[in-house]
Design a protein around this ligand. Structure first.
Ligand code: NAP
Length: 525
């Protein structure tokens, strides 16, 4: 169960101005009073995380992996209460949340298997050359180690997979970082249930209690205090552009600046190439609306921009999309605030000069329902109205009609950084696709052909990142095993006696790692 507590290591506290969950499907207020964590709670959680750092960051890969698996098991053990609570707090339907729970525990287990493999340690050994002339070379050994305690800010739109035990927490644990989570106020009961599951796994695994703390709250000051705490060494965030940038500024202004990995805003352009339009405009129109309206469009990979050459095939696409959208039932949005922001964003686009409203979804009945929207304009007008390129979080998309493939390339080139770009292509589109790909690769973290951007697999090769403002650091990803590299840094040991080296670098290779010896990968004997 949950009771609104703040969880600092193994202890529970309450305090601060209470807040309540809002059930977006009805607008009703939940009946549990949640505590608002204070600056003193932040300081205590950070101090415990710092105290836990040494023992947690030096665990063997096997022990760390077992802990990740224990977290997954504890989340499964919550049972249906987790799904029921998340349904009430997010308005998301049961199948979606059951799938999301599967993804969350699957992600923890994937990290466990990757951690066991050990190649993320990047153990690299250049042995001493005592006889080298004119000077001998020292023994040099390098290994990755955790940056230190990590602050995690969960997102509202994935109450499980991007929240308390989501990708940021899983990857930070995998890297050996204790985690302090700032709970998202949109799903406080869900957050606390998962936080209790993590705390139970910490205890069952015999780890230092400071490996995990959970700070529920509703104020920017709480998040600001967490990012400002000198013991926090990195931040993982998913949410709004404003929130992500605010945290980046706080982190950069610290006496010791720290990295903030923010995943923020993206409109995910979809390019419809001419042969694809000629071959399947109607089918693409319906499939596009399916992707746009899934989950009320509340995905960071939602296709908020469509770019294509003007002409009768594009008209067929638009007619098909409009027909599909007019039958799209409004779905509950995550919070009254997100619903209000969606309505405001859609109204701003509808009222912008040179923009035509192509279609709207069915008129909503009930509170906090998002009514899908599809707009059309041309490239010159798109760039004359910068607000048209802003993310409208929800089922809203803008079509840009272009007059040539060069204009399509230029339109892409002028966009801000994005998480994804999609090419719909068919036989005959290869030359246009080849002309677009170099520009797309500079702009985005993931390029798809003949699919839709919503749906992000958790794998080793996935990149869920991209140039600013889609994220604060386009060199990395927040989904997939590569995400743990965000929380690691290399340390080199020069002429350090074998017994004092980390196990990954010792001569006997006690963890059985594949290591890079004199530049060549070498499996353990
Ligand atoms: P959010 O408002 O950015 O909040 C995310 C978390 O960050 C919350 O815990 C919030 O806590 C904290 N936070 C936000 N601004 C802060 C600040 N200035 N200082 C300290 N902490 C701050 O995101 P959201 O509630 O999940 O969704 C709101 C909007 O974010 C959506 O309308 C959408 O535009 C965008 N969004 C984007 C994505 C994406 O993947 N690109 C995903 C979800 C949402 P407090 O509010 O309690 O301070």
């Amino acid at each position: 169960m949950f009771n609104g507590s703040i969880l600092i290591g193994a202890s529970e506290r309450s305090g601060g101005e209470p807040f309540y969950a809002v059930h977006p499907a009805t607008g009703a207020k939940g009946d549990v009073a949640f505590s608002n964590a204070s600056p003193a709670d932040v300081a205590d959680a950070a101090a415990l995380a710092d105290a836990a750092f040494e023992s947690f960051s030096t665990l063997s890969p096997d022990a760390r992996a077992s802990f990740l698996e224990a977290v997954a098991d504890q989340i499964v053990a919550i049972g249906d209460l987790l799904i029921e609570t998340a349904m009430a707090e997010s308005g998301l339907p049961r199948p979606r949340l059951e799938g999301e729970r599967g993804r969350t525990v699957g992600q923890l287990r994937l990290f466990a298997s990757y951690v066991r493999q050990g190649d993320w340690l990047d153990a690299t050994i250049d042995k001493a050359l005592p006889d080298r002339a004119p000077l001998p070379r020292s023994d040099l050994r390098r290994v990755n180690q955790s940056l230190g305690p990590v602050a995690v800010f969960g997102a509202s739109n994935f109450p499980l997979a991007f929240s308390v035990a989501g990708g940021d927490t899983a990857s930070a644990f995998a890297a050996g970082s204790p985690v302090v989570v700032k709970g998202h106020p949109a799903h406080p009961g869900t957050g606390e249930l998962v936080a209790r599951a993590i705390a139970a796994a910490v205890k069952a695994s015999g780890l230092h209690e400071g490996v995990f703390s959970y700070l529920p709250g509703t104020t920017n000051d709480l998040g600001g205090a967490l990012v400002s705490d000198a013991r926090i060494k990195a931040v993982g965030f998913t949410g709004s552009r404003g929130g992500g940038i605010a945290l980046m500024k706080i982190a950069a202004g610290r006496e010791e600046p720290i990295p903030v990995y923010s995943e923020m805003s993206s409109i995910n352009p979809v390019v419809l190439l001419p042969a694809a339009l000629a071959a399947r405009a109607e089918a693409m129109g319906a499939a596009f609306v399916g992707s746009l309206t899934m989950g009320s469009g509340q995905f960071c990979t939602n296709p908020g921009l469509v770019i294509a050459l003007d002409g009768p095939d594009l008209d067929t696409f638009v007619a098909s999309a409009a027909a599909a959208m007019s039958g799209a039932a409004p779905q509950v949005m995550l919070t009254p605030g997100i619903h209000a922001a969606y309505e405001k964003g859609v109204a701003a686009i509808a009222g912008a000069e040179g923009v035509t409203t192509v279609a709207r979804g069915t008129e909503p009945e009930g509170v906090n329902r998002g009514q899908a929207a599809f707009f059309s304009t041309d490239s010159a007008n798109f760039f004359a109205n910068p607000q048209l390129a802003d993310e409208v979080f929800g089922s809203s998309s803008v079509l840009i009609r272009c007059s040539s493939i060069e204009e399509v390339v230029k339109t892409i080139a002028d966009l801000e950084g994005q998480l994804t770009a999609t090419l719909q292509m068919a036989d005959g589109d290869e030359a246009d696709a080849a002309a677009l790909l170099p520009t797309l690769a500079r702009k985005v973290g993931r390029i798809l052909t003949n699919g839709w951007p919503t749906g992000v697999e958790v794998t080793h090769a996935m990149v869920h990142g991209g140039p600013f403002p889609s994220t604060s650091d386009g060199r990395t990803t927040s989904v997939g095993t590569l995400a743990m590299m965000r929380f690691l840094r290399p340390v080199c040991y020069q002429d350090v006696p074998d017994a004092l080296l980390p196990p990954a670098l010792q001569a006997a290779n006690p963890w059985g790692l594949t290591r890079r010896m004199e530049g060549k990968l070498e499996a353990s004997a």
